[in-house]
Design a protein around this ligand. Structure first.
Ligand code: ADP
Ligand code: MG
Length: 649
């Protein structure tokens, strides 16, 4: 025997399956030593444990007891990733059923072990092509396995076994499924490889095939029954070490990701319909979150805008005590002196009185019913309401009880449809008022009323000549600095309390009203949003479902990848990548669809408001759910046992 360290040394290896009563012993104490460069055939009847032995030799399976030394190292002490590395660097598997991945070309199949070894793409491609050409497959590089004959497929799988060097070729009945011609071809190849220095271990039940090898081992009922080692020249003539191929670099995280994305895209593409359905779940989830939040935000913005359009810097003083309900029109506790007093409070921009009532306006033979608002000259300032044309009345007009009027846009349009109202006289309650101005258009009030259907007159004139009384409907106080609202409110309160001696008025703060309303609307938004988020969750469950099916369906592929050297992490990464890719694509389409849906809803008149946050939120949610829900199936895949995975149909 040689003084060389044996490349493989088995000591009393046993392997049993099952537990307790149901225990099935398969290998019952195998001792075997194989030196580098040997060509060994293992024979035995079906069920004698040949494949089990082969799986242990190739580090796809672990013995129940006994010692396996690979180049002197105890394999049982190696972690899973180190076993994967050993498979990748030392072994090349050739199976009876070829075990090529169906979805990719011959060349890509051959490249797989090099992907896990981290060979750069170009070198990988060149080497795969060299190997395939060397095996006479130069015309079949881009064919799928299903387009190749059995013999051709087996040659592809031999090329794959050689991709990372294939120091030891493990061939489990490689000719079992082939016709005699192809069998001879394959055997010739194995002999060639052996001559080149590869260690070849061949399993067969055909004595003729076995005789090609230099050493024949027979196995029966879990034990080695005969071994020709030592009888003749067990070592190859030249005793050359296996051809070394640069293979120790291992893959880098960056190329790992690249490959994972590539293979994920391919797999998603292969199951296009299924991918589309999975996407649909995510798309609907994301789109509905965006649309719902846009509608919720739109409703909020609409209400808040309407209220704010009155001015967020306003205090509204109304007659009647805080506990007084109903009949407010008849409450007569606010008088013009009140608003004058409030005007003197520091921090008040303007306090204006308002006496209102509906009246019929007449111009020529036209009649129009509108609201009369008797107020002060500071109205445009307090309400931030500019004029369209003409002027507002002045303090002097008030002092002189002038009969002047300023029209709102609607009132102006009704009475003067095709002429300028400026300078014209209109009749209100049998009093002639001269029109001196028209207000800019204001639109609907928060309560849906047309604010432009109005006529403004000085409060002095209005109370004397239209309403016949001077009790105010309210006083609107514009505060100079919104920050100071509460302080001013307190002062207005104490001023009025002092003047009236009792609390026969109420003060409403528009800023806090807006806060309250937007709070309420926020609740609505969150309600809509969370209903939509549930559909996103359902989308995530869809991803998980599909991924689980995916893993089950591709168990064999996982086994093949593991046999060619994939680490558990590579498998985890591959399936996780599929999950997040689906989620990301679904999320993007969902965002686009959500924007489109929002625009459509908006076009039908519902107020909508699209902001960036819900989009980012919905997209990241989709992405995260995809990852979370994809993790379980991916881990399931990564934890598969290579032998079981390979055996699955
Ligand atoms: P061979 O390849 O020599 O035909 P195998 O090594 O495949 O035989 O199987 C040997 C015996 O071990 C068979 O009887 C088979 O039923 C049993 N066996 C193999 N794998 C398992 C397993 N995972 N669980 C239970 N029994 C198994
Ligand atoms: Mg077998």
């Amino acid at each position: 025997m040689s003084v060389q360290t044996p490349i493989i040394e088995l000591r009393d290896i046993t392997r049993h399956f099952g537990e307790g009563e149901l225990i099935v012993p398969v290998l019952k104490g195998v001792d075997l030593t194989i030196h580098p460069g040997e060509f060994v055939a293992i024979m035995g009847p079906s069920g004698s444990g040949k494949s089990t032995l082969m799986n242990i030799l190739g580090c796809l399976d672990v013995a129940s007891a006994g010692q396996y030394l690979f180049s002197g190292r105890d394999v049982s002490k190696l972690a899973n990733d180190d076993l994967a590395r050993l498979r990748r660097e030392a072994f090349g598997f050739v199976f009876q059923s070829y075990n090529l991945l169906p979805g990719i070309s011959a060349r890509e199949n051959v490249e797989i072990p090099a992907i896990y070894a981290g060979l750069p793409a170009v070198e990988r491609r060149v080497r795969a092509e060299q190997l395939l050409c060397g095996l006479g497959l130069e015309n079949r590089l881009n064919n799928r396995p299903s387009q190749l004959s059995g013999g051709q497929q087996q040659r592809v799988s031999i090329a794959r076994a050689l991709m990372n060097g294939g120091q030891i070729i493990l061939a489990d009945e490689p000719t079992g499924a082939l016709d005699s011609e192809s069998s001879k071809d394959v055997m010739r190849l194995l002999v060639d490889l052996s001559r080149q220095g590869h260690t070849v271990i061949l399993i067969t039940h055909d004595a003729d095939v076995a005789n090609v090898a230099d050493r024949q081992i027979t196995i029966g009922d879990g034990l080695i029954t005969s071994d020709t080692a030592g009888e003749a020249n067990a070592l190859p003539e030249d005793g050359a070490p296996a051809p070394a191929f640069s293979r120790n670099r291992g893959s880098s995280p960056w190329t790992d990701w690249q490959e994972a994305v590539k293979s994920a895209v391919r797999s998603l593409h292969t199951n296009l319909f299924r991918t589309a359905l999975t996407l649909l779940g995510i798309v609907i989830g994301v789109a509905s979150v965006i649309t719902m939040l846009a509608i919720g935000e739109g409703a909020k913005k609409d209400v808040v805008d309407r209220i704010s359009s009155m001015g967020s810097d306003l205090l509204l003083v109304r007659p009647g005590g805080p506990d007084q309900r109903g009949g407010r029109w008849s409450v007569t506790t606010l008088v013009p002196d009140d608003f004058k007093a409030i005007n003197n409070i520091p921090g008040v921009l303007a306090a204006i009185p308002e006496l209102t009532g509906s009246q019929v306006l007449r111009y020529g033979n036209r009649n129009h019913q509108a609201e009369i608002n008797a107020t002060s000259f500071q109205f445009p300032l307090a309400r931030q309401w500019p004029l369209k044309e003409g002027t507002f009345f002045t303090a002097d007009d008030e002092g002189e009880y002038a009969s002047v009027a300023v029209l709102g846009e609607t009132a102006a349009q009704s009475l003067f449809p095709d002429q300028s109202p400026l300078g014209e006289y209109l009749m209100v309650n049998n009093v002639l008022f001269q029109v001196i101005g028209v207000m800019a258009q204001r639109g609907a009030s928060p309560w849906g009323q047309d604010q432009d259907d109005v006529v403004f007159v000085p409060y002095t004139t209005g109370s004397l000549r239209i309403f016949g009384q001077q009790h105010l409907r309210n006083i609107t106080v514009a505060v100079a600095d919104v920050e100071n609202m509460d302080g001013v409110q307190d002062q207005v309160h104490s001023t009025l309390l002092q003047r009236h001696g009792l609390e026969d008025f109420q003060i409403r703060n528009m800023a806090s009203l807006i806060d309250t309303v937007s709070e309420t609307q926020n609740t609505l938004t969150w309600l809509l949003g969370s209903v939509a988020a549930i559909s996103l969750l359902v989308g995530g469950v869809g991803v998980m479902n599909i991924m689980l099916v995916n893993v089950t369906e591709r168990t064999r592929e996982i086994g093949i990848r593991m046999a060619t050297g994939a680490r558990a992490w590579n498998i985890l990464q591959q399936f996780l990548t599929e999950a997040w890719l689906v989620s990301a694509i679904g999320g993007l389409i969902g965002v686009v669809l959500g924007i489109v849906a929002t625009q459509i809803v908006g076009a039908f008149g519902t107020p909508v408001y699209v902001t960036l946050l819900p989009m980012v939120l919905a997209f990241s949610c989709a992405f995260t759910t995809g990852l979370l829900f994809g993790f379980l199936p991916a881990r399931k895949a990564a934890n598969l046992d290579p032998v079981h995975a390979l055996a699955s149909e």
